[in-house]
Design a protein. Structure first.
Length: 160
């Protein structure tokens, strides 16, 4: 689970789905280039990482499902680190949420954010990449705390 979370956070979401499109300023490299729904794809990918870590899931009817979690294992070993890691997860989720806000409230969708003539949009996407890289560091930290010493999430050959 931790390897998958780290690989989705780093190589896939931060790398393939954001960094490639941003560096190329290419709408063709946008994840959902035809539906203009990339902001939601990114957000729910991030939400899935969070759900796996916390052992929680909010159903469409508003009820919460929860159970044993990786967060519980980390907390059993190091309460301070568990709080710090969860704080970082919350920060990454909030940062990815800014992509949704940009699209839904400011009418600036991902393809507009990555345009070469949009330095503020580029910064928003880059700040999101940075938050995902930091989150991956927290995933690696959590792995170490529970005894996994060689997680090595997939970078998809990106350098961060």
């Amino acid at each position: 689970m931790l390897f998958g979370m780290g690989s989705l956070s780093l190589g896939e979401l931060a790398g393939e789905r954001m960094k490639v499109a941003l560096e190329a300023n290419s709408t063709e490299d946008e994840h959902d280039c035809f539906s203009d729904n990339t902001h939601n794809s990114h957000y729910y990918n991030e939400q899935g990482i969070y759900n796996v870590y916390t052992g929680t899931y909010l159903r469409t009817d508003g009820t919460m499902v929860d159970g044993p979690s990786i967060a519980d294992l980390v907390e059993a070993k190091d309460k301070t680190a568990a709080k710090e890691i969860l704080t970082q997860f919350d920060a990454a989720r909030a940062q990815v949420g800014k992509l949704v806000t940009s699209a839904e409230k400011d009418n600036q969708h991902f393809d507009q954010l990555i345009a070469s003539n949009n330095p503020q949009g580029n910064k928003l996407v880059n700040d999101t990449i940075v938050a995902l890289v930091a989150q991956t560091g927290s995933i690696e930290r959590a792995a170490g705390i529970i005894g996994i010493d060689s997680l090595n999430p997939d970078t998809a050959d990106h350098e961060f």
